[in-house]
Ligand binder design. Sequence first.
Ligand SMILES: *[C@@H]1O[C@H](CO)[C@@H](O)[C@H](O)[C@H]1NC(C)=O
Ligand SMILES: *[C@@H]1O[C@H](CO)[C@@H](O)[C@H](O)[C@H]1NC(C)=O
Ligand SMILES: *[C@@H]1O[C@H](CO)[C@@H](O)[C@H](O)[C@H]1NC(C)=O
Length: 390
Amino acid sequence: MVSYGVAPFIFLLLLSGCCARPLFTLPSSNGKNKQPLQTFRPFNLAHRGSNGEFPEETAAAYMRAIEEGADFIETDILASKDGVLICHHDVTLDDTTDIAEHKEFANRKRTYEVQGVNTTGYFTVDFTLKELMSLGAKQRYPFRDQQYNGQFPIVTFEEFISIALAAPRIVGIYPEIKNPVFINKHVKWSGGKRFEDKFVDTLMMYGYRGSYMSKEWLKQPVFIQSFAPSSLIYISNQTDLPKIFLIDDVTIYTEDTNQSYWEITSDSYLDFIKEYVVGIGPWKDTVVPVSNNYLQTPTDLVARAHARNLQVHPYTYRNENSFLHLNFNQDPYLEYDYWLNKIGVDGLFTDFTGSLHRYQELTSPLSQNEDDASKLLHKISSMLAKYRKT
Ligand SMILES: *[C@@H]1O[C@H](CO)[C@@H](O)[C@H](O)[C@H]1NC(C)=O
Ligand SMILES: *[C@@H]1O[C@H](CO)[C@@H](O)[C@H](O)[C@H]1NC(C)=O
Ligand SMILES: *[C@@H]1O[C@H](CO)[C@@H](O)[C@H](O)[C@H]1NC(C)=O
């Protein structure tokens, strides 16, 4: 529908012009020999794009994250009334768009049951894509930069994929099948297709295929995530792309199977789900409980996941004091150090991809690794040369 390609990078140039901030230089590429996905250190997962800086789930946020060194750009997929898959976190538009200023939609407010809770607001499923496109995204938190409010539209899943594919190096995507029970109840597709089918069809259409670390996967890396285990199991019949089972806070039941946190983190459940997923994505406070804003003794969830060869990608890491537990002296680097070196996770969902990238470059630099690789290649080629001479 929208012709991308160069458009994101024109946009990127505009962005870099407007922000007097140092930008990370990405190796340029004509698309053929892109710098590969790094796989030697834990993944930097840009949560809803670089949403610490730009309104979440916008092209600006995703592109900023790419520019800042994200390994994967993360997004939440929902649907419009007319069945188009869009990138938006909340099932309502109230907290992250300027819907309140659109008087023409004032009569669209509804109350629906979402995950067992009656919720009132403007729901994406009551708006066509065209209507959604007339809204402007807005920063969720009052203490973050408000200057971009209303400037960027909601993007579709296809546009999101185009942004990742147009990046000057290989950047993975990390889309979530968000609230599938709610979406399947309110949106109907032709041919009896389900939300999950449309989701997988979209990935296939753009060439995403292959199991974790396969040659195909490394060309276009993706992790499919969901809090709904039945959606992950359902799509396992359609694709062997790697899947991550998200785990919510201890008080929240799964939307589809109504299982408790304790049930889905039990040994027997991990043994069951490991047949379908390559990892889990837990809320970080469930890995290390918090009391009075101080970390307590870590649980054994990471050890039990690793024992089953499951990766652990906790969420969400945020720089602001209001989110940093007091153990970390208000220093996000200390938090990264703790999770990467003490807890030993395999990826982190962060609102500030640039900070995680800088931390990883200081402690486990990509260039060092490249140097080692090129030294090794040099050694091999000189060894081969020796054989050729004789
Ligand atoms: C939501 O509201 C409806 C209508 O008032 C009511 O019948 C239903 O029980 C409510 N559901 C919950 C979970 O509170
Ligand atoms: C997978 O496909 C088979 C064959 O069509 C079907 O019997 C099975 O129920 C499907 N499994 C899931 C989880 O949908
Ligand atoms: C989910 O399980 C909880 C605890 O067993 C129960 O109280 C609740 O009614 C269940 N909800 C649904 C929708 O079945």
